[in-house]
Write a protein that binds this ligand. Structure first.
Ligand SMILES: *Cc1c(COP(=O)(O)O)cnc(C)c1O
Length: 362
């Protein structure tokens, strides 16, 4: 072939979304993509539908209505926000804008896979900092970053581990990094976390010009299909992201749905309450079967399996699929013997615990 992409592109293993198939099983339950068990706000759905009369029109390229709705709810300035086609897009744009080939990018050992994709797309060098107890180790990140990392990506809390580090630790990390290193805090699950020592990083991003926070409508707002995310940071960073984004990167129905969703506090609370109840229940039930479950503040649990023939994660995955329960293998994260399961509706969670019990005791 004469036509070749840029060096490194063909080394990228394309992102594999959570499966939604369980061959031969009717009405399988999808617990593989951390979607909201309760769907989305009815107000968001109504706003999306109402937008159907305007599909022939270009959206507002600045997504002003959405940025203002976010700003109102978060108590921040709309000029410090840029919206994107999922927070994935914003992570890609950060790479496009700030990474030169050969630059160093740092993430935590089990950090979200998209950071690796961003680094590879840009020809950057990815360095992973070892974790402790499946949790970001700030000292290891500082060591890996040294004095020349261009971007440090931290998912707080992290997917697929479900763990978080306190605000004080994030601040300690920021203080230790050189001011030529951009700290990206991916707070996709922030709204699920009620721990007093947690902060999504919004205050830090307001105080400093070398921190950017990414947020998403895919998780607590239940709008994964609408593809909507946003970034918050100093105007110098937001201005850069505006320059590299597509002119209409957020579509019109998504702007309407997002603006309605972020104002629906009662749906958010319902989702957070449902999650808190069931994530604790899953951990207790599955832990009670003798499987290790990493403590999670997110809407999923990471389940570890014994290294015993017939009892490993891949065996459990096949068994659960045969029962119509689709969870997520996390081998690409370097966790070949674990599975990630999203918190589902009450009955789905009961089915999952029951099926795992059958598997363990078979
Ligand atoms: C789900 C998730 C996102 C959100 O992705 P979207 O593109 O907004 O759907 C970002 N970061 C992490 C860690 C996630 O798990």
């Amino acid at each position: 072939m004469g036509i070749q992409p840029r060096a490194g592109i063909l080394d990228i293993r394309p992102y594999k979304p959570g499966s939604s198939e369980a061959p031969g099983v009717e009405n399988p339950v999808k617990l593989s993509s951390n979607e909201n068990a309760l769907g989305c706000s009815p107000k968001a759905a109504a706003a999306f539908e109402a937008a159907s009369t305007r599909l022939h029109l270009y959206p507002d390229g600045g997504a002003t209505k959405l940025r203002e709705a976010i700003a109102r709810e978060e108590g921040v300035d709309a000029d410090n926000i840029v919206c994107g086609c999922g927070s994935d897009e914003l992570l890609q744009l950060l790479g496009r804008a700030y990474l030169n080939p050969g630059d160093k990018v740092v993430q935590s050992q089990y950090g979200f896979l998209v950071y690796r994709l961003v680094a590879m797309q840009c020809g950057a060098e990815l360095v992973c900092a070892p974790e402790r107890n499946y949790t970001t180790d700030v000292d290891a990140v500082i060591g890996a970053a040294g004095d020349d990392a261009r971007i440090v990506f931290i998912a707080n809390p992290n997917n697929p581990t479900g763990t978080y580090i306190p605000d004080a630790e994030i601040r300690r990390l920021r203080d230790a990094l050189p001011d030529t290193t951009l700290l990206v805090i991916d707070a996709a699950y922030a709204e699920f976390v009620s721990n007093a020592d947690y902060n999504a990083g919004m205050d830090l991003a307001r105080e400093r010009d070398d921190v950017v926070v990414t947020r998403t409508f895919s998780k607590i707002h239940g709008l994964a299909g609408a593809r909507l995310g946003w970034a918050y940071g100093d105007k110098s960073i937001i201005d850069v992201l505006h320059r590299v984004r597509g002119p209409f990167n957020v579509n019109l129905p998504a702007i309407e749905a997002g603006a309605a969703a972020i104002a629906d506090r009662s749906f958010m609370k319902k989702s957070a309450d449902h999650n808190a109840e069931w994530v604790a229940w899953l951990r207790q039930q599955i832990g009670g079967l003798g499987l290790e479950v990493t403590p999670s503040v997110c809407n999923f649990v990471l389940i570890h399996f014994p290294d015993t023939p017939g009892k490993r994660a891949a065996d459990a995955d096949a068994f659960l699929t045969s029962k119509g329960l689709i969870v997520r293998g996390v081998e690409p994260y370097g966790l070949p013997n674990a599975l990630r399961a999203t918190v589902g509706k009450a009955d789905d969670n009961r089915r999952l615990a029951e099926a795992l019990g059958e598997f363990v005791n078979a």
